[in-house]
Design a protein around this ligand. Structure first.
Ligand code: ADP
Length: 470
């Protein structure tokens, strides 16, 4: 479907609106004007007839008729007739009175107590020169008048008034309307251009910036001047651009980190494999252990990357089941504690009572494992890590406390972002892809749980997550 620019849309809507307005104006000013005028006159005549009918027995009926006629204008003739057509009372102004034979004719036409007749009369007005045709006349140079008869008991009220011809008025209005149409047309074009410019300019600006963003330039800024909605959209787009920028720089960092992390174990493995190949008899258990350790490191790195990509693609589904969380975490803690014992680390797990939850056991254990490994990696010189299980109401909270350097306040909101690492200078002792915490975050979020960290530089860190019991 062909789409039009906002400029043209506004212009066409405005034009349609003007056309409609003009059409209504034309209809009312020209076509309906005559009918309106007659309608108003008729209402006026009928109300006068009612007043007269209430005063038929009044002594000063003639004065009333005269005063009514004077207030309505010189061509306003009123008469009260008897049923045979003879005049009982009439206005002084009989100039346009109706001859008796025509009065008889009119009286015979009374139906349901009243009769209305439109008369056309060629100018100048002459007595006895009436054309009784019953239809509103419309010729230009004809005088028009209305005769209204109302029967009250045996008396008939007759009111006759001239209608000033509206044709000349209509001509003037029509002529004016040509001008008005022209002016409106020009105005609507000018207005449309102005409005369209004001409305479309900020949108065009946004679009241009969005095009720059689409090309991968995330430093683009969206101008939030203009309208409230445009301002809000710009703000959202600015946030999106900042987020994209962040992700992009983190992604670049990850690539650098991962390639570094891959290269080191790979070259170690290759080196030892070469030794094994060339001097198989010289191989030591330490060397084979290094190969095994480095392979382990590589595979955990690869599985981290795989996990996060699964979470992000939304393909990771949880396998819910009821299990003993305390038991599960204790087994993991004991296993890790055993592994790191030889390096002097002490890992202890504290709990009041065992608790069961309905969750994905493998994933929850993985989240816990990531936090525990981080705590061991980052703990201080006392090499101690403490885990607490705290039960409150319907939730269970797991706290993993270390005595390390802690985390600076400005880094706290970022550590849960994928690929984020505080220590940009790669330290061999502390390996990691920067994915561990974002995996924790995803797992706990998928379970509808809460997570967080309390940390101050120099005071160690306490990472925690909480899940619903049952
Ligand atoms: P990594 O694999 O690099 O540890 P994580 O996502 O697990 O990635 O952690 C992100 C960053 O948060 C780490 O690089 C580290 O700087 C910081 N961090 C995580 N756990 C701790 C901790 N217990 N003490 C201090 N810093 C931590």
């Amino acid at each position: 479907m062909k789409t039009f620019s906002i400029k043209w849309k506004i212009f066409s809507y405005l034009l349609c609106f003007c056309a409609l307005l003009l059409l209504i104006l034309w209809l009312f000013q020209t076509v309906f004007l005559d009918a309106f005028y007659r309608q108003i006159k008729m209402v006026e005549i009928k109300s006068n007839a009612t007043i007269i009918s209430n005063n038929l027995d009044n002594q000063s009926l003639t004065e009333l008729l005269d005063s009514m006629s004077v207030s309505q204008g010189t061509d306003y003739y009123i008469a009260v007739l008897s049923s045979d057509g003879s005049t009982i009372a009439e206005t002084e102004n009989t100039r346009n009175g109706i001859p008796p034979d025509q009065i008889k004719d009119l009286l015979s036409k009374i139906e349901d107590g009243e009769h209305t007749e439109y008369l056309s009369q060629n100018e100048p007005a002459k007595k006895n020169d009436f054309n009784f045709n019953g239809v509103p006349p419309s010729h230009d140079n004809q005088m028009q008048s209305i005769i209204y008869l109302k029967q009250v008991n045996s008396k008939i009220i007759l009111i006759r008034t001239m209608i000033s011809p509206v044709n000349s008025t209509v001509e003037t209005i029509r002529c004016q309307l040509y001008f008005v149409t022209g002016i409106m047309l020009v105005l609507s074009i000018v207005l449309a251009i102005l409005i369209a410019k004001r409305v479309s300019k900020p949108i065009e600006k946004l679009n241009n910036s969005a095009k720059v963003l689409a090309k991968g330039n995330y430093d683009v800024h969206f101008d939030d001047s203009g309208y409230k909605e445009i301002g809000e959209l710009s703000k959202t787009l600015n946030i999106a651009a900042t987020e994209l920028n962040k992700v992009e720089s983190l992604r670049r960092e990850l690539m650098a980190n991962i390639s570094h992390d891959l290269r080191t174990p790979l070259s170690l493995i290759y080196g030892y494999a070469e030794v094994m190949h060339d001097f198989p008899e010289d191989i030591t258990p330490e060397q084979t252990q290094t190969i095994m350790d480095e392979t382990q490191r590589l595979s955990s790195l690869v599985s981290d990357v795989l996990d996060i990509s699964n979470f992000e693609a939304g393909t990771q589904k949880l396998k819910y089941g009821v299990f003993n969380l305390t038991d599960s975490l204790k087994i993991t803690t004991d296993r890790i504690a055993e592994l790191v014992k030889k390096d002097g680390y002490t890992v202890s797990f504290h709990y009041d009572k065992e608790v069961t939850i309905n969750a994905d056991e493998i994933k929850v254990t993985q989240a816990y494992y990531n936090l525990l490994i981080n705590a061991i990696n980052y703990t201080g010189s006392d090499k101690t890590v403490t885990v607490n299980q705290i039960i409150s109401a319907d939730t269970v909270k797991i706290e993993i406390c270390d005595s390390g350097e802690g985390i600076k306040e400005e880094s706290l909101p970022n550590i849960w972002d994928r690929y984020y690492r505080i220590d940009k200078n790669h330290r061999r002792a502390v390996t990691g892809s920067g994915l561990g915490l974002s995996i924790v975050k995803k797992i706990i979020e998928l379970h509808g749980g809460k997570y967080g960290v309390n940390s101050k530089p120099g005071e160690g860190s306490t990472f925690w997550f909480s899940l619903k019991i049952g």
